[in-house]
Design a protein around this ligand. Structure first.
Ligand SMILES: [Zn+2]
Length: 436
């Protein structure tokens, strides 16, 4: 191989018509930054005229001067690199028009090479802001946005498939969406995102899902969601064959939240500087711990207590403050135990035998939590009998939050949605070649 071919090989220039000026590779400062300048020439004999389509025979098309183009190449050893390409101009004698030589390393009217664009597209699949991608590729942020928009054209919603187990959830997205929360639905088994919608309100959701044909919608057998009544109505209306499984985390949260509210209500009965108030405030975590997990053998000194004491003794001490609080503690512990052990019959008995009058008036939140659970008893049964949960989609939501945070928020929901897809499906995208 000649030196020219070596250099072209290293720069990944595959166009045979380009010849690099091997004597003239220099480093100059551009805006105080060292930049590599490479000079090259592009020339060939065109076969037809692109304007009139006339075939080039008997010298109809002649060479007609040159034009220098500045092409941004990927950085070489971390030094920004620019190729000054002298493009041949041609004149067609048949129609009198002029045109430039064409190359596949760069698109027409663009001076950013396709390799750089491909690198930007790969960077867009990682969690980083547009600005930092622009800086690392030595291009402007607008170029990154342009590449992003070009990519986004390849995303089209597939209305021909829905998985048998569907997970639905919501997350806080951009400010310009009309609903407070945005909606995400995923395949519960693989964790693949099916779609992200700006609004989680029922009338928006059913118009979206009704775009799937009936045959596709009937494939959905199970929908995992949290306790939010529009979701239940959606499933009833759109997925005729599906049964609802409530997310276990949300069932547990329903009770622990009610218990915490009861604890706060009890706290408010004491003065803020009293021993009772401070105990209730400080040891809320111990109160939520399963009874069996409280350590009773290990004694150490805890704040608010004199001498050495075990976790179990602390809980016992706090429960002695109020009789009905102790009853509520036992009730919640039994409910959570039944959920942990997946014992639906026990849970059902506990919930149905609950008599609110026994627990005093101030604990109204417990009553609300239990009546919610009784309302959704069938769905809780599904939860305890199956192993489906929303763990994967909550994990996705966490990553979405990071994407949003890293980019300092998104103004447009559509761009946010596309960026999420890019960040999650990079493996698919690596396989595709960039549009050239
Ligand atoms: Zn012509």
């Amino acid at each position: 191989m000649s030196i020219n071919n070596y250099i072209k090989d290293l720069l990944n220039i595959k166009d045979k018509n380009i010849v690099i000026d091997t004597e003239n590779i220099i480093v100059k400062k551009v805006k105080y930054i060292d930049t590599k300048f490479i000079y090259g020439k592009l020339t060939y004999t065109p076969e037809v005229c692109p304007c009139c389509g006339h075939v080039n025979e008997s010298f109809n098309i002649i060479k007609y001067g040159t034009k220098i183009c500045k092409i941004k190449l990927p950085d070489v050893s971390n030094i920004p690199t620019i190729l000054f390409l002298k493009k041949q101009r041609f004149l067609c004698k048949e129609c009198g028009s002029t045109f430039s030589a064409k190359t596949n390393i760069v698109n027409e009217y663009s001076n950013i090479s396709n390799d750089v664009k491909r690198k930007i597209a790969v960077d867009l699949t990682k969690i980083s802001s547009f600005k930092s991608i622009a800086e690392s590729n030595s291009v402007s942020p607008n170029t990154v946005v342009r590449v992003f928009k070009e990519w986004s054209k390849s995303f089209k919603q597939d209305f021909s498939y829905l998985p048998p187990v569907l997970s639905i959830d919501e997350f806080k997205s951009t400010k310009n969406v009309s609903g407070a929360m945005s909606f995400i639905c995923t395949n519960s088994i693989t964790g693949e995102i099916i779609d992200i919608l700006p609004d989680r309100r029922l009338f928006k959701l059913d118009t979206y899902f009704l775009r799937f044909p009936r045959r596709v919608r009937d494939q959905v057998k199970i929908v995992v969601c949290d306790i939010y009544s529009p979701y239940m109505e959606l499933v009833k209306k759109v997925f005729k064959n599906a049964c609802i499984v409530l997310d276990k985390f949300h069932i547990v949260q329903n009770f622990t939240r009610a218990f915490n509210m009861a604890r706060v209500q009890l706290m408010k009965k004491f003065k803020t500087d009293s021993h009772e108030y401070r105990c209730l405030k400080r040891y809320w975590k111990l109160l939520l711990l399963p009874k069996a997990k409280l350590i009773s053998t290990h004694f150490k000194s805890f704040p608010c207590f004199k001498g050495f004491i075990s976790q179990k003794e602390i809980v016992e001490h706090i429960l002695d403050f109020d009789y009905s609080f102790r009853k509520i503690y036992d009730l919640i512990q039994n409910i959570l135990f039944a959920i942990r052990e997946k014992n639906f019959d026990t849970l059902k008995t506990i919930l149905q035998e609950f008599k609110p009058d026994e627990y005093g008036e101030i604990y109204s939140k417990i009553k609300a939590a239990i009546s919610t659970a009784i309302k959704h008893l069938e769905k809780i049964k599904n939860t305890l009998n199956t192993n489906y949960n929303n763990g994967k989609v909550e994990g996705i939501n966490n990553k979405i939050k990071v994407i949003k945070r890293i980019s300092y928020g998104y103004r447009s929901f559509d761009n946010f949605r596309l960026r999420i897809f890019l960040c999650f499906y990079h493996k698919k995208i690596y396989g595709l070649s960039h549009k050239t």
